[in-house]
Design a protein around this ligand. Structure first.
Ligand code: SME
Length: 152
């Protein structure tokens, strides 16, 4: 079992990183680095942005990943198409899961929606089975809200 993540502290640190900075890519890159280096038991953390047609790889930490994901494909595409958080305890049981990194066993994907429009998804992977719990859903969602408010 992993220790519970202190999301209040993470949110405060993210606020500090975003303070006065309104560049989407810069803030996405720093949020990826913050989460990857703070939360234990992760092997991939990052963004896919919606280009109007499909999801395209954005700033991330971890091994090189798939670049384009169609809406509805895999965990990320499902989160984007349904606009619902996907928390998957065992990705190998998820129909259509895209194995970018063979080490991944569980995954949490938050859809990013701003002013009613799909911006992309925030994707967090773990080599551990069932790494993420409902508190992680709430915490990651809060970090994503902060990110969505951080850029122009
Ligand atoms: N596993 C994801 C693809 C993205 S990678 O994990 C970085 C999916 O099924 O959508």
């Amino acid at each position: 079992m992993m220790p519970d993540t202190d999301y209040d502290s993470l949110l405060a640190q993210a606020k500090g990183l975003f303070d006065g900075e309104h560049d989407k890519i810069a803030n996405a890159a720093n949020l990826s680095a913050l989460v990857y280096n703070t939360i234990p038991g992760l092997n991939w953390v990052g963004f896919y942005f919606f280009d109007g047609k499909e999801l395209v790889l954005g700033p991330f930490q971890g091994k090189p990943a798939c670049i384009r994901i169609a809406l509805n494909k895999g965990v990320c595409g499902t989160a984007a198409a349904t606009r619902r958080i996907q928390r998957v305890d065992d990705v190998h049981t998820f129909d259509g899961h895209i194995a970018c990194d063979a080490d991944s066993n569980s995954e949490l994907v938050v859809p990013l929606v701003r002013n009613g429009e799909l911006v992309g998804v925030w994707d967090v992977d773990s080599p551990l089975l069932a790494r993420f719990n409902p508190e992680d859903e709430v915490g990651m969602q809060a970090l994503c809200t902060l990110f969505l408010e951080s850029y122009k």
